[in-house]
Design a protein around this ligand. Structure first.
Ligand SMILES: *Cc1c(COP(=O)(O)O)cnc(C)c1O
Length: 410
């Protein structure tokens, strides 16, 4: 059968895989346990000799259906879902790395990923932070014990775009795992496999779920990395196709040992949300373009950070790789203006920490999500005290523009 498009594949995936009574949505299976008529079958499932479900912490049919959708969206070969995006990141890295290993990471990071790298350092896993907008900085940081390179597609909150293609080539040359956080672009704007990513994480909480009503995370294997070169794969997982050794260890160690499993109700919400991802994302990108054009020429705005502006240092890169520019942008205000006052004058835009919702959300980043990291690290990430990050939703653009006009007048 010919490969179908993004929308079609996603909308019809549940119906085409084991349709119970012809249902179009995968059922929500609340069962934690699975019974077997023949006890030998249960043993075979445990030993991986037969496909099947053993226990809800490792597998659930509703969650499996969502994993399959994400695999299709990311053009990967397998996906494991977790309770949150952070669970996907931490379970993956804890499953794959050991004390004495080294990671090269973009310095421009989601705050909690940055915080988790602090935890890894306490466990003896070394992390070097670099400006990943230029692959030369990544190359310069690689050491003999480097196992993995981690980048985000569009970074929070200043919207730097990693040198995704060249870092992919570098990882390939050096035999490193290339781990890409695709949350900000979502598989609608970008599939990291095209730049050689080995593993892709998505916070499903954000654009894929899209409605701020369920938490979730996933890690997708693209099949591009040869895990027989990765010496941390345990002997028991060095079986069968080496392309799958990494994701098998993530599934077994990550879900079984750490146990941050996605629940079936959340998986259902996320799957339904994912059906409109392209519609929501395109509309939110359109709104973001209008708002950033407005902010960029506003006398009370010092800087507008958005890849869609031709003045953005990686504008061309975003255009080539993503075809659009995302729905996250940040501004910092003219000296003397207070970010709290500006936010409080908004009517439609909600002061809130989430992103990727259908509603437009805004947050004063230095005082909230980047507060704990302190002024020095904030300055190194280009985060001013007056910075506000917006996650643009799908409201009527006139209403959003009216909010910005009112709020920025002083
Ligand atoms: C939100 C986010 C995460 C973490 O996802 P949660 O589902 O909130 O745990 C990871 N990476 C990026 C880029 C994010 O925006």
């Amino acid at each position: 059968m010919a490969k179908k498009g993004f929308f079609t594949t996603n909308l019809h995936s549940d119906r085409k895989s084991n349709p119970e009574h012809g249902v179009l949505h995968k059922a929500i299976h609340p069962s934690v346990a699975y019974g077997y008529e023949d006890a030998r079958e249960l043993a075979e499932v445990f030993q991986g000799k037969r496909a099947g479900y053993n226990y809800g912490r490792q597998l659930n049919p509703t969650v499996t259906a969502l994993q399959d959708r994400i695999t299709a969206m990311e053009d990967g070969i397998a996906t494991v879902a977790f309770a949150t995006g952070m669970a996907a990141i931490s379970s993956t890295l804890l499953s794959l790395l050991r004390a004495g290993d080294h990671i090269v990471s973009s310095a421009f990071l989601f705050g909690n990923t940055n915080s988790f790298y602090g935890t890894l350092q306490l466990l003896g896993i070394d992390v070097t932070f670099v400006d990943a907008t230029d692959a030369d900085n990544v190359a310069a940081a690689i050491k003999e014990n480097t196992k993995l390179v981690f980048v985000e597609t569009i970074a929070n909150p200043v919207t730097q775009i990693a040198d995704l293609e060249r870092i992919g080539e570098l990882c390939k040359e050096q035999g490193l795992v290339y781990f890409v956080d695709n949350t900000m672009t979502s598989p609608h704007l970008f599939t990291p496999r095209t730049v050689g990513a080995s593993l892709i994480i998505n916070s499903l909480t954000k654009y894929i779920g899209g409605h701020g009503n369920a938490l979730g995370g996933s890690v997708t294997e693209t099949g591009l990395y040869d895990w027989s070169d990765f010496d941390n794969i345990l002997e028991t997982y060095r079986k069968g196709d080496p392309q799958l050794w990494g994701i098998t260890q993530i599934k077994k160690k990550g879900l079984r040992d750490m146990g941050a499993s996605l629940g079936p109700e959340a998986a259902h919400h996320l799957a339904v949300g994912s059906e409109t991802l392209p519609l929501r994302m395109d509309r939110a990108c359109g709104n973001a373009k209008l708002l950033t054009e407005f902010c960029a020429q506003h006398p009370n705005v010092n800087n507008t950070f958005y890849p869609g502006l031709t003045s953005h240092p990686q504008h061309q890169r975003a255009k080539t790789l993503f075809g659009n520019f995302g729905a996250i942008f940040s501004i910092d205000l003219k000296q003397g203006l207070d970010c709290f006052d500006v936010l409080n004058r908004m009517e439609t835009v909600i002061s809130s920490s989430n992103l990727g919702d259908t509603r437009t959300l805004a947050i004063p980043v230095a005082h909230t999500i980047y507060f704990e990291m302190g002024p020095e690290r904030r300055a190194s990430m280009g985060i001013a005290d007056s910075m506000i990050r917006f996650s643009v939703g799908i409201e009527d653009s006139e209403d959003l523009l009216a909010d910005f006009e009112r709020a920025l007048e002083s």
